[in-house]
Write a protein that binds this ligand. Structure first.
Ligand SMILES: Cc1cc2nc3c(=O)[nH]c(=O)nc-3n(C[C@H](O)[C@H](O)[C@H](O)COP(=O)(O)O)c2cc1C
Length: 311
């Protein structure tokens, strides 16, 4: 009997090659070093760092997380050491890993901070890609860049001129039309979009009659948001040509598969890392098995292959 060929899990995001399509989502995996004794980091498709800003940030008041019926609320508020300390203290470990490293960045005050951050990161060959977090719900802003197609277009166009590195735009679900924002990112030259960031949420301690989070409101993640995320991936897939990195409540292989079938080229695992740090590796193995069982040789036979009706 001929042994079936092992499926090829590799993919491209712009000029970036990934050996497999499973990465860890920003803010749920620190700067990877924190997980070095819990998982074989080299097996991941890529690592996306906690979002970095120009200056160090202490983040929001505690409590910064709380449990909800099917996920968690967080209001971390982009705590990070700032770009210079990140480069000195965190990047050397990431460089040694030998897997693609995607650096997530955000502006605190003005969009030009993105340009300064990109100029700094562009000098480092170990930075494989840059993810623009234009969708953090925990900065107490009236409006996010990712809630405005024109602002998204202007920002991505400006950043595109500064680097040849793969640029990924992280989108917010807290919008009327996520496809409009994804189209703006694409036309400005983004290499990929990542969706979704967390959904705005609030939880109240009824005995004390106080908000459960120190910042009062936060971002909801985990299984509760999965159907919303899958729908958004499917909607965006039907409108854009650049790859989609899908995320939102991926807990296992089955939930990751929903994203691929809806149109994702790659997936990111977030909240599930707090429950099971090995989960991404289990998903890589599960994906390989699913593709083998379904006679799929490569990811293009899986991405966006949603059927119109039962057959
Ligand atoms: C504790 C926590 C911190 C997060 N921090 C960031 C962040 O710094 N930057 C970012 O782009 N997304 C951040 N996110 C959002 C995740 O990257 C992801 O988009 C979201 O949680 C949905 O995926 P999930 O349901 O698998 O967690 C954070 C999420 C959580 C739960």
């Amino acid at each position: 009997m001929v042994k079936p060929k092992k499926p090829n899990l590799s993919l491209k995001l712009g000029n970036l090659d990934l050996k497999n399509p499973v990465m860890v989502a920003s803010g749920t995996f620190g700067y990877a070093e924190e997980f070095k004794d819990l998982i074989d980091l080299k097996k991941l498709g890529a690592i996306v760092t906690k979002t970095i800003t120009l200056r160090a940030r202490q983040g929001n008041l505690p409590p910064r997380t709380c449990e909800t019926p099917a996920g968690m609320l967080n209001s971390i508020g982009l705590e990070n050491p700032g770009i210079n300390k990140f480069i000195q203290e965190k990047l050397p470990f990431l460089k040694k890993l030998g897997i693609p490293v995607i650096i997530s960045i955000a502006a605190e005050e003005t969009p030009d901070e993105f340009a300064t951050l990109v100029r700094k990161l562009d000098q480092f060959p170990e930075v494989s890609a840059i993810e623009l977090n234009i969708s953090c719900p925990n900065l107490q802003k009236d409006k996010l860049i990712s809630q405005d197609a024109k602002a998204t277009l202007e920002l991505v166009s400006a950043v595109r001129k500064l680097t040849e590195k793969c640029i990924i735009i992280k989108l917010s679900p807290n919008v009327t039309s996520i496809t409009e924002i994804a189209l703006a990112a694409q036309s400005a030259g983004a290499d990929a979009v990542a969706l979704i960031n967390t959904l705005g949420g609030m939880s109240i301690d009824v005995n004390k009659r106080i908000p459960k989070l120190g910042a009062w409101v936060g971002g909801l993640s985990g299984p509760a948001i999965r159907p919303i995320a899958v729908k958004m991936v499917w909607e965006v897939y039907n409108k854009i040509k650049i790859p989609i990195i899908g995320m939102g409540g991926i807990m296992d292989t089955k939930s990751a598969l929903e994203f691929f079938i809806a149109g994702a080229t790659a997936v990111s695992v977030g909240t599930a890392n707090f429950i099971n740090p090995q989960v991404s590796l289990e998903i890589i193995a599960g994906l390989q098995k699913y593709m083998l069982d379904n006679n799929m040789q490569n990811l293009s036979q899986l991405t966006g292959r949603l059927k119109a009706c039962k057959d």
